[in-house]
Design a protein around this ligand. Structure first.
Ligand code: ROI
Length: 166
């Protein structure tokens, strides 16, 4: 199955966190890393009245895998844990966040996994990196990604020049 994931970090050298995660994915025999977006710097989206957070670095990647969506999620969670991700409060700063955005054309709704990821359409730091690598796909329930990208602002979001320079 062709899948798309998002990557995000705002702690402990975010570009390196993302690159390390991509290396782990690339070295996993059960995952084929097919494409990776550039890295994007993005202002933290926080809850109203929450204390400010560091900027994030966000990216998207395209994978091929024979794993189920659940198995893929477990694997991504394991990579998050290996890079020191602590699940504190919701919306807390994090060293690494890996989400399954799309799993083929499947729509999944279980307790711990909703695909397509619900927040896709509200988050420019997901849409623009995804559009960079996925181009003209149709997102189940949301429609044409290109059209969505077209009307999604770049507020607080900027593509970084070189992946490993801050
Ligand atoms: N804000 C940005 N800019 N990027 C993220 O990846 C991100 N992830 C989160 C919250 C805390 C919602 N804010 C974010 O989980």
């Amino acid at each position: 199955m062709i899948c798309y994931i998002s990557l995000g970090s705002n702690l402990d050298d975010p570009p390196t966190q993302l690159q390390t995660a991509l290396d782990k994915i690339n070295n996993d025999p059960q995952l084929q890393l097919l494409n990776t977006s550039g890295f994007y710097r993005s202002k933290a989206l926080t809850l109203v009245d929450a204390p400010p957070q560091n900027d994030y670095v966000n990216a998207a990647a395209m994978l091929e895998t024979a794993l189920s969506a659940q198995q893929l999620l477990q694997k991504l969670n394991k990579i998050e844990r290996s890079q020191g991700r602590q699940r504190k409060q919701k919306w807390a700063a994090r060293t690494l966040d890996l989400d399954v955005l799309l799993y083929g054309e499947l729509q999944i709704q279980t307790e711990n996994l909703v695909i397509p990821h619900l927040q896709i359409k509200y988050r420019n730091f997901v849409i623009h990196p995804l559009f960079e690598i996925a181009g003209t796909i149709d997102i189940p329930g949301l429609g044409d990604l290109a059209a969505l990208a077209e009307k999604t602002s770049w507020d607080g979001l900027q593509k970084m020049q070189v992946p490993l320079s801050e």
